[in-house]
Design a protein around this ligand. Structure first.
Ligand SMILES: Cc1ncc(COP(=O)(O)O)c(C=O)c1O
Length: 379
């Protein structure tokens, strides 16, 4: 028996919706796209949603739409997926890495402030693992320094920030917000993404850029600016629409699974479990990531040994995330080997993602937990 790290939750309703599209002549830029965008915008109480081919494409277009390019700096967390930094590089701007908060694993606002220079144009607030970043603090910084706030909600659909100052769903606060629907996400379209916008000018620009620079309403061979093919097919949109309607059942199942793991793994000295509740936030569980005890993480191959023990029992694990400044693809462009962010480096050296998906059973979770507990006890 193999236990995967993630698995999509597809029902007969999704299969029927995709099949229905296949019986129509509209496979791209049709009614499913319009409906998916409208429903997604309504769910977030944001006026505009623009579907794109991936979260990465969404980040790229968000930066272009805000006019970010060469000579500009964009602050983002060092503890995140590489696509965030790559999108900044793709528009010719410089990714500037900030450190994270040890509890939420999100941007530490104090570190963000330290990184601001006259060239800073934007902050990308990633809602890592489905825990919202500190929206109040980051919006304050962005307003004070006249910066754009882009939310990367790829891992956090349905999460909420509710403080006395601001409240709403993750993705509803920034100038633009990006979502991703890869199959490991809470909802999937196979591949896909969405960008939320408050400003209709931004929405039009996003629609143009994702469709070869054709402004909405323009002819097929009328291109007002260089653009891309970042469209999302009708099949994907139909799938996404059904998934979105099921989010209200998906998120509680994932929250229960997280609670179950926390119960099973409680009481091990220095094994850090993810928080089940964080002030001002409603979480949307993306992955389940523990931090192994320091005594093991510090051993040469200590974490590799734990992974190997689980692998031998058919249990997949992941290392979300190595620090971006230690990725060979990025190292020099974000600071090189002399660059340090202590919290990111400490957390990254200890993380271990366990199998986690909407329909994971209690039996599977018990099996995984027992295997992990046994591996942690082996010296
Ligand atoms: C925080 C974050 N940003 C961006 C992306 C990129 O999304 P995609 O894989 O859809 O391009 C991901 C995907 O895993 C992500 O976790």
């Amino acid at each position: 028996m193999k236990i995967p790290l993630s698995a999509p939750d597809i029902t007969e309703a999704e299969i029927a919706a995709v099949t229905r599209v296949l019986r129509t002549p509209h496979l791209s830029l049709g009614p499913e796209l319009t409906a998916f965008e409208q429903e997604f915008a309504a769910y977030h109480r944001v006026p505009h949603a623009v579907a794109v081919s991936s979260g990465t494409a969404g980040l790229h277009l968000a930066l272009l739409t805000l006019g970010i390019g060469p000579g500009h700096e964009v602050i983002l967390p060092a503890f995140t997926f590489v696509a965030v930094a790559n999108a900044v590089l793709q528009v010719g701007a410089k990714p500037v890495l900030a450190d994270i908060d040890a509890t939420t694993l999100n941007l530490d606002p104090a570190s963000v402030e330290e990184k601001i220079t006259p060239r800073t144009r934007a902050i990308i607030a990633v809602h890592t693992f489905g825990i919202p970043a500190d929206i109040d603090a980051l919006l304050d910084i962005a307003r004070r320094d006249n910066l754009f706030l882009i939310e990367d909600a790829c891992e956090a659909i349905g999460a909420e920030w509710n403080s006395p100052v601001h409240s709403g769903r993750a993705g509803s606060f920034g100038h633009l917000a990006v979502f991703g629907f890869y199959p490991n996400k809470q909802i999937t379209t196979g591949e896909g993404g969405m960008v939320l916008a408050h400003d209709p000018v931004h929405a039009d620009r996003l629609r143009s850029l994702r469709n070869q620079g054709r402004l909405p309403g323009a002819g097929w061979l009328d291109h007002s600016e260089p653009g891309y093919n970042y469209r999302l097919s009708e099949l994907a949109c139909a799938l996404g629409r059904v998934q979105l309607t099921r989010l209200h059942e998906i998120l509680p199942l994932r929250a229960s699974a997280a609670q179950c793991y926390n119960n099973l793994l409680a009481g091990v000295d220095d094994l850090i479990l993810p928080p089940l509740a964080v002030s001002h936030r409603t979480l949307s569980w993306f992955v389940y990531v523990v931090q192994i005890p320091n005594s093991i993480a510090r051993q040469t191959n200590g974490r590799a040994r734990i992974r190997q023990a689980l692998e031998e029992q058919g249990i997949a694990t992941g290392l979300y995330f190595p620090p971006l400044h230690r990725q060979p693809a990025l190292g020099a462009s974000v600071g090189g080997s002399g660059f340090h962010l202590p919290v990111t480096e400490s957390v990254s050296s200890r993380t271990l993602a366990l199998p986690f998906f909407t329909r994971i059973t209690t039996e599977t979770q018990s099996f995984v937990a027992q295997a992990l507990l046994a591996a942690l006890q082996t010296k």
